[in-house]
Design a protein around this ligand. Structure first.
Ligand code: DLL
Length: 433
């Protein structure tokens, strides 16, 4: 099923024209309404008049997470704050989050692209859709929620966690669509098997899984264990949230909603554009948003684009699975974590040495997250209560910045291996099967 045939099945020529018109309009909008963009464009000697064809996009400077941090919190808004009706946020590379403002129109675009996703998965108004992405500043919960409401589905806003209750509600209320991270879905799959409810008593048909990288192996496992079709949903806070792209019944690439988000692939080192099919860094320009449009935003996600029409009838470009990132961001239980955020917190605690390790693993399909840190000589003691108190304090401080709590291990001074070259502080033992 296709939600918006006009947009999703438009000829490539018409799509280019539409993108061109929308890109020009957005460039005008940010130039006249957002000072940092205007300044940056002037520095690059480019004005809105220079953007006539799609190819001219390369004249525009890139935007990065750093810009969002430098102009935190509202500097990159292109409308007065009175027009902003919602704020979401995701991790920045340091303690401060990246903040995105949405106008009412932006929220409408978001639910529209979300509706395209859920419709492509075969969900509709007769379906109960359980949203087990976290609600709050993270875009997963409210994003999937808006999409499910837009198609007229019955939303079950369970948020993440409380697994037993998730299974009970899934069973009793007849959930047909489950939206959560693929790793949480694997966890739920085991919980479902353990619940004692016979599988036939569930109505579950479809999963909308994203917010972290996953593989064909994980898809197979999820589809077998849950007896569903497992579909990819892609998105990022800076651009809008979940719904930037989605799979269709062919499960052969993630269709991007390119009438709203114009994609490019560039060489992550040089920033030079790469031809279709080549692997590189995904870059997006939002071409319809009002509140905080971003031009040429470097996602740091590695993928490639395929412009061939799809057997489902859609003509929209498809991206291959996200292969990884070209920065050091970790995604732990769906939450973005930068090692630099951990470091900033640890360095702020006087009882600690700046020697630490971040250890991530996956046990029973759930990510584990451990921070090992050296206590300084003056403070290190075998007084248990003192060490426990310190450990608790560190865990809470990390949680308040990262939103997830690591297991903290305090170790003796000078016990973490020193490196000769670049310190290897992150040990990611997860194997994406
Ligand atoms: O994760 C938005 C989202 C929520 C997408 C729910 C899908 C479902 P952020 O927290 O800003 O936003 O994280 C964005 O997560 O740049 C990718 O690295 C990664 N990511 C998101 N979706 C996928 C996916 C949300 N389907 C970052 N496959 C992105 C692989 C994904 N990685």
């Amino acid at each position: 099923m296709i939600w918006n045939e006009t947009m999703e099945c438009m000829s490539r020529g018409d799509m280019r024209l539409l993108q061109e018109i929308r890109l020009k309009k957005t460039v005008e909008h940010v130039y006249h309404n957002c000072e940092p963009y205007r300044k940056r464009m002037q520095e690059h000697d480019v004005s809105p008049d220079d953007i006539r064809k799609l190819e001219d996009i390369v004249k525009l400077p890139f935007t990065s997470k750093k810009d969002l941090r430098d102009f935190y919190p509202y500097g990159l808004l292109s409308v007065p704050i009175s027009e902003i009706v919602r704020i979401h946020a995701s991790s920045g590379t340091t303690g401060k989050p990246i903040v995105i403002g949405y106008t009412r129109n932006d929220l409408g675009i978001w639910s529209e692209v979300g509706a395209r996703c859920f419709t492509a998965y075969g969900l509709g108004k007769n379906d109960v859709i359980q949203v087990s992405y976290g609600y709050g500043l993270f875009t997963g919960g409210l994003g999937a929620h808006g999409a499910a409401e837009r198609i007229g589905g019955t939303v079950l806003p369970t948020s993440s966690g409380n697994t037993e209750k998730q299974i009970l509600l899934m069973h009793d209320l007849g959930t047909a669509g489950l939206a959560c991270t693929p790793s949480y879905a694997l966890y739920l799959a085991d919980a479902l098997l353990d619940s004692g409810f016979p599988r036939e008593e569930f109505q579950l048909r479809v999963g909308a899984f994203g917010a972290e990288p996953w593989t064909e192996g994980m898809r197979k496992e999820l589809e077998e264990k849950l007896r569903i079709k497992a579909y990819d949903i892609y998105g990022l806070t800076e651009i809008i949230g979940p719904g930037v792209g989605h799979e269709c019944e062919c499960q052969n690439g993630t269709h991007l909603c390119e009438d709203h988000f114009l994609p490019e692939i560039v060489d992550p080192e040089t920033g030079e554009p790469l031809p279709p099919g080549q692997m590189g860094e995904l870059v997006f320009s939002t071409i319809t948003k009002d509140g905080m449009p971003l031009l040429r935003f470097r996602t740091r996600d590695l993928t490639s684009l395929n412009y061939e029409p799809c057997a489902c009838g859609r003509t929209s470009v498809r991206m291959s699975r996200i292969l990884g990132r070209c920065d050091d961001m970790l995604i732990i239980r769906g939450v973005n974590v930068f090692p630099s955020q951990v470091e900033a917190v640890l360095c702020d605690i006087p009882q600690l040495e700046p020697h630490y390790k971040i250890i991530v693993d996956r046990v029973n399909n759930l990510d584990t997250f451990e921070v090992e840190v050296e206590v300084n000589e003056k403070y290190y003691s075998d007084e248990m209560a003192k060490m426990l108190e310190l450990r608790k304090n560190i865990a809470h401080r990390l949680q308040s910045v990262l939103t997830i709590m690591p297991e903290v291990r305090l170790v003796e001074p000078r016990s973490i291996e020193r490196s000769q070259g670049k310190a290897k502080r992150v040990v990611d033992k997860r194997k994406l099967v």
